[in-house]
Ligand binder design. Structure first.
Ligand SMILES: Cc1cc2nc3c(=O)[nH]c(=O)nc-3n(C[C@H](O)[C@H](O)[C@H](O)COP(=O)(O)O)c2cc1C
Length: 314
């Protein structure tokens, strides 16, 4: 697989292996970790434009970042072009270099509200949202799916519309909305999209090993790949793919995540996030199942640290 720097708009990303936006996971500490491991970019989880507009504090917290994060990318979720434009141009996003627009979320409530993957059915609105977000002067990218139904894929035509509307990059999750998060991604449809546009195309979906990453690149001809769930299990995948050994072990990584999260977030968030992250990390660790209940019952950071040290002995 050709690992290289990737130009997106006026920015040069350090690698073409990207970390996906993941609700509940890609908080500031995880984004820092992914980038340290070699990811070229890592996005916030989806942030509702309506939530920002109505000054919802939990939504605003999702925008937390510091100057230590070199390239900052926020993902916005919304279906109203005027609201999306207003939030994209607002002071709330001043720290961000890149706005990614969520056009892939398949969740029924989101879809019914005309947001996420519903935008793949309303090109006029999708185009207006891209054009509106561009007025912020920031780099604008789109993340979408191959289509809505598995028997009617149209990511290539959709990518073309996104490019014509001013998008600087497009990520295609190689599954249709109807497939949700399972099943074989369509390499062919991503390849078709790659051939249809001249902006960078990033291929996402079902990458669970370095070999899967290689195959995704080869079969799609994409400019880069994006990893989601597997990076929670094995954040070292970025180091493996980019050939930059991290020099840390899993125990150091999770304890550092705990420390960083505790520093910037409250205890409730830290407990929930570290429990979930440790639980992903346990998947391939033999003999750790017996700690799962204790992990989820740990009610303080000290108790959590003790069980995390048992699961990741070093
Ligand atoms: C728990 C979870 C949360 C997700 N949150 C987001 C999100 O906030 N924004 C987004 O564009 N995609 C989100 N996704 C989709 C992923 O970014 C990715 O496209 C999908 O999981 C396929 O990649 P994978 O097969 O490597 O996991 C989420 C997926 C999961 C499983």
């Amino acid at each position: 697989m050709e690992i290289r720097k990737l130009r997106v708009g006026g920015l040069l990303l350090p690698s073409n292996v990207l970390m996906a936006p993941l609700a509940g996971y890609t908080c500031y500490p995880f984004r820092m970790l992914a980038c340290e491991m070699g990811a070229g970019l890592c996005f916030t989880e989806m942030v509702s434009a309506n939530g920002l507009k109505y000054q919802d504090m939990a939504t605003r917290k999702l925008l937390f970042t510091t100057k230590q994060e070199k390239i900052r990318a926020v993902q916005l979720l919304g279906g109203n072009p005027a609201v999306m434009e207003r939030m994209a141009c607002s002071e709330l996003l001043r720290d961000f270099d890149i706005i990614d627009i969520n056009m892939g979320c398949p969740v029924p409530n989101v879809f019914k509200s005309g947001e996420g993957s519903a935008l793949m059915l309303d090109w006029k609105r999708a185009s207006a949202i891209i054009r509106g977000c561009r007025k912020s002067g920031k780099i604008v990218t789109v993340k979408c799916r191959t289509g809505i139904r598995a028997d009617d894929l149209f990511a290539a035509e959709f990518a073309r519309m996104c490019e014509d509307s001013g998008a600087d990059m497009i990520t295609i999750h190689g599954r249709s909305r109807s497939m949700m998060y399972d099943g074989e991604p369509s390499y062919e449809e991503i390849a078709r999209a790659k051939a249809a546009v001249s902006i960078p195309v990033i291929a996402n979906g079902g990458i669970y090993s370095a070999e899967d990453g290689e195959r995704m690149m080869e079969r799609t001809g994409a400019d880069g790949i994006m990893i989601a769930r597997y990076a929670l299990e094995n954040p070292f995948i970025f180091a493996e793919l980019t050939g930059r050994p991290s020099g840390k072990n899993a125990r150091q990584v999770i304890l550092e995540q705990m420390e960083l999260t505790r520093r910037y977030y409250d205890e409730t968030y830290t407990l929930a996030y570290i429990r979930k992250l440790a639980s992903y990390g346990m998947k391939k660790r033999k003999g750790t199942k017996k700690y799962k209940e204790r992990l989820y019952r740990s009610g303080s950071l000290e108790a959590l640290r003790e069980v995390v040290e048992l699961i990741f002995p070093g």
